[in-house]
Write a protein that binds this ligand. Structure first.
Ligand code: TXA
Ligand code: MG
Length: 349
């Protein structure tokens, strides 16, 4: 059991004195949860294998699932990456700092604990004043997975982190809600063609302007939790999941299928939650607990609200959650991917 300290900061203009304490914890091999522009991360000194192992322990994360390394300045790549392919350089120039993780050939210096023994290391430069300042004050790259218990939806507020990790980490920096609300896009440019390993805030369309036509990993589009050896090992688990069973309804005739499914479930006496968006909010019968993610005209708000909605259903203790799939474009690509990974059943409308 740790004594967990909670440090509240202004996300846009964090007090360096407050962050210095957290940075010192990192220096001492401690665990610090901090906000990024995607989701909260659980950070440790990348070059301290014992500290890195503590991350796995705190999250109950399977050891074969490697971590993303966060940097604040390009020079920090010198100790991490053996080389930087031309395409990776171009991506960094255009999208860093930002929600893009790039898989690079790793240097010996990076402990195997971070990369789960892979010869590559996943790196990103987050676009959040708190993450950037924390990394600079710690004066080293920070290895950080999402700051949730393994398998749970990623945390988009300090409260989510507290719910999962209080007593398991040294420090939680509360910097409010994370703007994007879904984890970074992951790309591997060492392959021909480059491959999208995990969809995120940056859509394939955004990246193809730089890297040309991309492949999309099986795990990124798989309809069922992916069983094979995933290219991004973390993508093979049922993930992002609320405790209740989640039924995802996709395709052209979503509304019809949803109403059939709701009828059947309520007839069975199940306590049902409905995950939808503003435009469909009023279409569901009384007795169904409805959460709207926002207007479909504002895709970023839908992504921003996704994980907190899944956690909200858990608080209400549902038997089943029925969710509507979204059109497969832009950031919805990432939202659909997370819904598929959280689901135990997908029905085609
Ligand atoms: O937005 C994000 O990326 C957040 C914030 C905290 O930065 N982090 C995050 O970390 O989502 P995590 O651990 O929840 O997801 C990391 C993903 C996993 O799917 C893992 O398998 C993949 O990155 N990954 C890590 N290193 C890799 C590597 N060398 N090659 C391929 N995939 C890798
Ligand atoms: Mg995660």
């Amino acid at each position: 059991m740790f004594k967990t300290e909670i440090i509240k900061v202004d996300p846009l203009n964090p007090d360096p004195e407050a962050l210095r304490k957290a940075a010192e914890e990192i220096g001492k091999g401690g665990l610090v949860a901090f906000p990024t522009e995607t989701v909260y991360g659980l950070g440790a000194d990348v070059f301290n294998p014992m500290a890195v192992l503590r991350i796995f322990k705190a999250k109950e994360r399977p050891p074969d699932n490697p971590l993303i390394v966060h940097i604040a300045d390009i020079e920090q790549l010198d100790k991490l990456a053996k080389e930087i392919p031309y395409m990776a350089k171009k991506l960094m120039e255009k999208f860093w700092p930002g929600p893009l993780t790039i898989v690079l050939p790793k240097k010996e210096l990076v402990p195997d604990e971070v990369t789960a023994g892979l010869t590559t290391v996943a790196v990103r430069m987050p676009a959040h004043p708190v993450s950037l300042q924390l990394i600079r004050l710690a004066n080293r790259p920070i290895a950080a997975p999402s700051a949730n218990l393994s398998g749970r939806p990623s945390p988009t507020s300090a409260k989510h982190v507290i719910d999962d990790l209080y007593g398991r980490v040294n420090c939680i920096i509360d910097g409010g809600e994370t703007p994007f609300g879904v984890e970074s896009t992951i790309i591997d440019v060492n392959r021909r063609p480059p491959i999208l390993l995990r969809p995120g805030p940056l859509a394939p369309e955004d990246l193809e302007g730089i890297v040309g036509k991309m492949a999309i990993s099986e795990a990124a589009i798989a309809e069922r939790p992916y069983e094979g050896l995933a290219e991004a090992p973390g993508m093979k688990y049922r993930h992002y999941a609320p405790e209740a069973e989640l039924i995802l309804i996709e395709g052209g005739k979503v509304l019809k299928k949803v109403s059939e499914t709701l009828k059947k479930l309520t007839a069975e006496g199940k306590k049902v939650g409905m995950l939808t968006y503003e435009e469909h909010r009023k279409m569901y019968p009384k007795g169904v607990f409805v959460i709207s993610l926002g207007s479909i005209k504002n895709p970023y708000s839908i992504a921003h609200n996704l994980f907190s909605a899944l956690r909200r259903f858990d608080e209400e203790v549902m038997d089943v959650i029925v969710a509507e799939g979204l059109p497969q474009r832009g950031i919805f690509f990432a939202v659909n991917n997370r819904l598929r990974k959280a689901s135990s059943l997908i029905i085609k409308g």
